[in-house]
Design a protein around this ligand. Structure first.
Ligand code: SAM
Length: 307
């Protein structure tokens, strides 16, 4: 990167640096060069573009150039910045932990809406005064949610943030990811219990205990990966088998065990797996199975209910 944008006093115009950084990222095939360059500048300057000063220091410019050159090597933006965002929450990101994806926000929103409906139907029979009293005495029976394969915790954390009584448990096999999920919960002040365990092994005490189970598990079928995905742990990606569905095949019966009758399941999957996952859910005994699409209208989530 040239120093051609340095001003007379050795200071640098951030808008020129943004343009130059965008060009560099574009040339190396980064999919959203302007966005990523802006995110890096925003991160270092600590302000959005409309608040940028006319000039920044050479130290700041040097830091930006370092981060741009990391991104140029196709290191994911989340690892370059050491943080990522999910439904407005800032989360810690680091190598060895799956980077959250925006499409998973659709599953989180579905879960939050489903819980709102469950909460409504639970409290509809009770007089308002009794509900207020129960809440103030901490005696309200909370809705219980399980997030299997939580990674850095985005689903569990966004659900725990909802403003009704909810108890959230998050299960993750990787000790590094489980620690990051726990760190994220602590930093956000959210009461999520993180359990480091294999989500495919049934915990007897949890059977028929949950109102809602969500999961964004490993599901990628065998195929060539775009460079950024190579930075996610293999354990987080590959679903196993020719169709990538081996993990989900094992997960569905486990989730079924954990749900209370009437409880709901939401599982993210590849856009080639919609029909197959609905069929798998039916075979396990779920009812009302259907496929939910992401914002690009791709089949991405299995939704099902335990009768
Ligand atoms: C696709 S990532 C999703 C992470 C997170 N739910 C999200 O949406 O960002 C899948 C996660 O499942 C975890 N995982 C893989 N096998 C597992 C198992 N048997 N039990 C629990 N977690 C597992 C991986 O370590 C990884 O964090």
């Amino acid at each position: 990167m040239s120093a051609g944008h340095a001003g007379q006093s050795g200071q640098v115009d951030p808008h020129k640096l943004w343009n130059e950084s965008t060009r560099i990222l574009e040339q190396t095939g980064v999919p959203s060069p302007q966005h990523d360059a802006r995110a890096i500048l925003e991160f270092v300057i600590g302000k959005p573009p409309y608040m940028w000063p006319d000039s920044i220091s050479e130290d700041e410019a040097g830091r930006i150039q370092q981060l741009v050159s990391k991104r140029k090597q196709r290191i994911p933006l989340q690892h370059v910045l050491g943080r990522m965002w999910f439904l407005g929450m800032e989360l810690k990101a680091q190598p060895g932990v799956f980077s959250v994806r925006p499409e998973t926000e659709v599953l989180a929103e579905w879960a939050i809406q489903s819980l709102a409906k469950l909460q409504e139907s639970k409290s509809s029979g009770k007089p308002e005064t009794l509900r207020v009293l129960e809440n103030s005495l901490g005696k309200a029976d909370p809705l219980r949610v399980l997030d299997l394969c939580t990674g850095a915790g985005p689903l569990a954390l966004s659900i725990a943030r909802a403003d009704w009584e909810v108890e959230v448990v998050a299960v993750e096999l990787s000790d590094v990811a489980a620690q990051v999920a726990a760190d994220n919960a602590k930093a956000l002040g959210l009461p999520v219990k993180v359990v480091q365990a294999d989500a495919l092994v049934v915990v007897p005490e949890w059977v028929e205990s949950y109102d809602l189970v969500v999961s964004n598990p490993p599901y990628v079928p065998p195929r060539e990966l775009e460079p950024e995905l190579e930075h996610d742990p293999a354990q987080a990606l590959w679903g196993g088998g020719e169709d990538g569905l081996d993990f989900i095949r094992e997960l569905l019966p486990v989730a079924y065990e954990y749900l209370k009758p009437g409880g709901w399941l939401g599982v993210e999957h590849d856009d080639t797996q919609g029909v197959a996952t609905v069929e798998l859910a039916r075979e396990v005994g779920f009812v009302e199975s259907y496929t939910l699409q992401d914002l690009n209208l791709r089949d991405r989530f299995l939704i099902a209910r335990k009768a």
